[in-house]
Design a protein around this ligand. Structure first.
Ligand code: ADP
Ligand code: MG
Length: 392
């Protein structure tokens, strides 16, 4: 197996230290040349007749000689968004690579700073105002993220519900490490569920945000990573970089390819070390996974994870992980969370409502539920392959 991205670690071990100036490492096995030269994409469509006949042989020659020089995949890890972000850039020079890494880090850190759920910052201020029944002014960027959250919540029938911050805090996930202590008590959970915090109760008018329901407490943990990855990719595009992966702790968006060879992505196994399946990205695709193994605590032999079903106020049951493949990362991230909560019985409906056609849910028994479009793309990397249920 020769993966560009192994989606194996998403937690940073506490002993991990990132070197101050990590050197670029060339992509090792990724640098192998194509056996057959590929036709550059821009030639496939537009150019015809004489140009094609004159230019094609020349370009193939150039491709071949470029191949001999092995355009490298630059890979670098940076610490951003509180996670390890893996950046892969195909065929860029050192200077471009350094600029790209800086731009990506800046974009992601801006999101991290503005939207941290509990470290005092923009979001804690916004939540404080909402809890007091006051309005708060948002800049254009903040409005975009909130508006995206409102739309995604609506599409998921509020299974994806970034207004449930108070519940997430109640479960103890608004801290860096949740101790293995008792879950919250029944009455507190019920009270917060009944307070019905919903994104649809937010009003955003003339740049001011308010809510008549003071129980609304925004937590963008279910889609901020996707949003940050989208911003990072947009920054790369502005720099003219069209072949790259931005991988934030296993959730990623890949654009372009390695000179015509697709990026290969590994999807983590929710119940054992290593990869469950792989897939090759096509063009511009995001691959996002939500899992019950990402953040959790254990109490009296039971695991309580961080994806909260807003209907019960408790960790969602039934799924071990959900992987979504979709064009933009913001939607993929939110959909992974929503489809996880929908669970093995209703996942397809939620995915459809959110405009997702490539979804995969691994249930608690290990059965893999997939859409046909997803089944066409994934290749299992475990032997024997898991039991699968494929639906249109
Ligand atoms: P991961 O990628 O870490 O597996 P997700 O993308 O599913 O996780 O996001 C989980 C985070 O989303 C939680 O830590 C919390 O901040 C937030 N969250 C939990 N439940 C919900 C929900 N029902 N709707 C929206 N966000 C949620
Ligand atoms: Mg998510």
């Amino acid at each position: 197996m020769d993966l560009d991205v192994s989606v194996l670690t998403s937690k940073i071990p506490s002993s991990f230290k990132i070197p101050p100036n990590p050197p670029f490492s060339k992509g090792g096995t990724l640098e192998r040349c194509l056996a057959k030269p590929s036709v550059p994409p821009f030639l496939k469509g537009g150019l015809g007749g004489i140009f094609r006949h004159l230019l094609l042989p020349l370009l193939l020659l150039l491709t071949l000689s470029a191949c001999e020089q092995r355009p490298p995949v630059h890979q670098q890890q940076v610490l951003a968004l509180g996670t390890l972000v893996d950046i892969s850039l195909y065929d860029v020079d050192e200077e471009q690579a350094a600029q790209a890494v800086t731009a990506i880090t800046n974009e992601m850190e801006a999101v991290h700073h503005d939207w941290h759920a509990w470290q005092p910052g923009e979001l804690t201020y916004i939540n404080q105002r909402l809890a007091q029944g006051e309005s708060v002014s948002l800049d254009a960027e903040q409005q975009r993220l909130i508006q995206a959250g409102i739309a995604l919540a609506r599409a998921s029938d509020d299974l994806f519900n970034p207004a449930v911050g108070a519940l997430i805090a109640l479960w103890g996930f608004h801290s860096d490490a949740r101790p293995d202590a008792a879950p919250p008590n029944e009455d507190d959970i019920t009270a917060l569920v009944q307070a019905a915090p919903k994104m649809s109760r937010l009003q955003l008018e003339g740049g001011r945000l308010s809510s008549p329901n003071p129980a609304v407490m925004i937590d963008v943990g279910g889609y901020a990573k996707g949003y940050a990855v989208d911003r990072a990719i947009a920054a790369l595009r502005r720099m003219g970089i069209d072949n790259a992966i931005v991988n934030a702790g296993g959730d990623l968006r890949a654009i372009g390819s390695k000179g015509g060879t697709a990026w290969r992505i590994g999807i983590r196994h929710p119940r054992q070390a290593g990869v469950l399946a792989s897939l090759e990205t096509r063009g511009d695709e995001s691959v996002f996974t939500s899992g019950d193994y990402e953040r959790y605590f254990e109490y009296q032999g039971q695991r309580y994870h961080h994806i909260i079903d807003p209907r019960s106020g408790r960790p969602a049951r039934g799924a071990a992980s959900v992987t979504i493949v979709h064009s933009d990362a913001t939607t993929a991230d939110a959909a992974a969370t929503a489809v996880f909560i929908a669970g093995p019985k209703h996942w397809r409906e939620t995915a459809r409502q959110m405009g997702i056609d490539k979804a995969m849910l691994v249930d608690e028994a290990g059965t893999v539920h997939m859409t046909e479009a997803m089944a066409e793309r994934v290749h299992f990397e475990v032997d024997p392959p898991p039991r699968t249920e494929i639906v249109p």
